[in-house]
Design a protein around this ligand. Structure first.
Ligand SMILES: [Zn+2]
Ligand SMILES: [Zn+2]
Length: 448
């Protein structure tokens, strides 16, 4: 009898999430994500764009999880199970899944659609089968392993807390969630099922721990809507261009923006390839139907043409949503700000950042450069019209109290973050070393 967890990625750093669960001679991999800072740096500096990126190159710069840590488990991998479609959970699949060609990739419909888009984009063909499984349903991987996708809220549709049912115990993998009672797109978290699981008995909870040091409940998406509304209704926008930027995968936020813009009587246009990609994935599974109401323009020539039209008609007739909230140099907003694109902006036009700066070196520098460019041109900008998709200390407390796990492993970030989660768990009576386990990459924990 073996029930064992091996930490592959996301335990010594933030990102490149990957956790292996072994049940006798079968293994499943939960998430195979990118470490975004290393990945972006590599894309920007070291990479010859014409060359196909390989797993080994990305491992060298620590952008992908080190699956060599699986050792003899490698040949036992039976399935890859992503929890949701963010790149720090699925982004390394195109490069890593070929090492496990017989393992199907099983996740919620939106997550599977996003993986398909990335594969198309990177022109990578996987042998792995892709299986879409609705939230709040169970999938049988083998006689000994069943996985269940319990719906939770986050900043991308169809996020799941994955439950691994085995004859030797039950593991709950809650990597990325917040408890949002007003998600504005999609359902509330499935509290009823989480409660039931708590009663049935959970042997181990793996939980994100990024904001265990922030003593609050993560604000609802409805708060982000109110922040945006306050700016748009409380500012004199007459005659002004309005450009808003947010995460391309944040479909709920895009929905809010489109609705607010329509109420203002402006024509909504979205510029940027990644916006097109994530919206397309959402439309393919009929989650939203934005393209019926708004223009989505993704190709460079078409974007330039559309911008010339805006100049002619008047920018105040439009509401522009575009990529570039982190100041990425090649994204639309940076290119508008430095005059590379033909959109005419004038003094006092407005830029709304519906995103916060990701606190890593590259993003901080890129955003500072973008803001300096906007400032130079006299453009007003509004930052942090945003709420996080991650839980905070009080969300984590609720998860612990509902699920009542016997053991706890904090994940998604290194030991200093895990220590904050441990502090919370200790307040609830858990003990470090006994039933709270602070890990690093490449460690294992045996339940059986
Ligand atoms: Zn996420
Ligand atoms: Zn994440």
């Amino acid at each position: 009898m073996v029930l064992e967890v091996k930490t592959i990625g996301g335990y010594s750093e933030c990102g490149r999430n990957c956790t292996a669960i072994r049940v006798d001679d079968e293994v499943i991999l939960l998430d195979i994500g990118l470490e975004m800072e290393n990945y972006v740096k590599y894309q920007q500096t070291d990479r010859d764009n014409l060359q196909r990126v390989t797993y080994d190159e990305l491992l060298e710069v620590n952008a992908v999880p080190n699956v060599h840590l699986l050792d003899e488990w490698k040949s036992m991998v039976k399935a890859i199970v992503p929890s949701h479609g963010h790149l720090d959970h699925i982004g390394a699949i195109p490069f890593t899944a070929p090492l496990f060609p017989n393992a199907p990739i099983i996740s919620t419909p939106y997550t599977i659609e996003v993986i398909k888009s990335i594969l198309r984009d990177e022109r990578i063909r996987l042998h792995n089968r892709l299986i879409a499984q609705n939230s709040n349903t169970t999938y049988k991987i083998s006689d000994k392993i069943k996985i269940e996708f319990v719906h939770v809220t986050h900043s991308i549709p169809h996020t799941a807390t994955v439950v691994i049912h085995t004859p030797y115990g039950r593991i709950v993998y809650a990597n990325d969630y917040k408890f949002d009672l007003n998600p504005l797109l999609g359902k509330k978290p499935n509290f009823a099922r989480l409660k039931e699981l708590g009663e049935e008995g959970v042997d181990l909870l793996l939980s994100e721990c990024l904001y265990a040091h922030v003593p609050m409940r993560s604000p609802s998406e409805a708060i982000a809507k109110q922040m945006l509304k306050d700016v748009l209704n409380g500012t004199d926008v007459e005659g002004k261009a309005i450009i808003c930027t947010t995460f391309a995968s944040h479909i709920a936020r895009l929905k809010i923006l489109i609705e607010l813009a329509e109420k203002m009587g402006r024509k909504v246009v979205l510029f940027g390839r990644s916006l097109g990609k994530y919206i397309d994935a959402a439309e393919r599974i009929k989650l939203v139907n934005f393209s019926k109401r708004v223009d989505i323009v993704t190709r460079r020539k078409a974007i330039e043409q559309y911008m010339r039209k805006i100049n002619k008609v008047g920018a105040d007739k439009y509401f522009i949503i575009c990529t570039g909230h982190q100041g990425e140099p090649r994204a639309i907003l940076s290119r508008i700000a430095n005059g590379e694109l033909p959109l005419n902006l004038k003094q006092d036009d407005m830029v709304l950042f519906s995103a916060s700066v990701i606190p890593v070196e590259v993003s901080i520098a890129n955003r500072a450069a973008l803001e300096a460019n906007l400032h130079k041109r006299g453009i007003r900008f509004f930052t942090d019209l945003h709420v996080s998709g991650h839980g905070h200390r009080e969300d984590y407390r609720e998860m612990l109290q509902i699920v009542k796990p016997k053991h706890i492993i904090p994940c998604h970030a290194g030991p200093s973050f895990a220590a904050n989660f441990s502090d919370l768990a200790q307040q609830l009576g858990y003990k470090e070393g006994e039933n709270i386990h602070i890990m690093e990459n490449g460690k294992s924990f045996k339940l059986q």
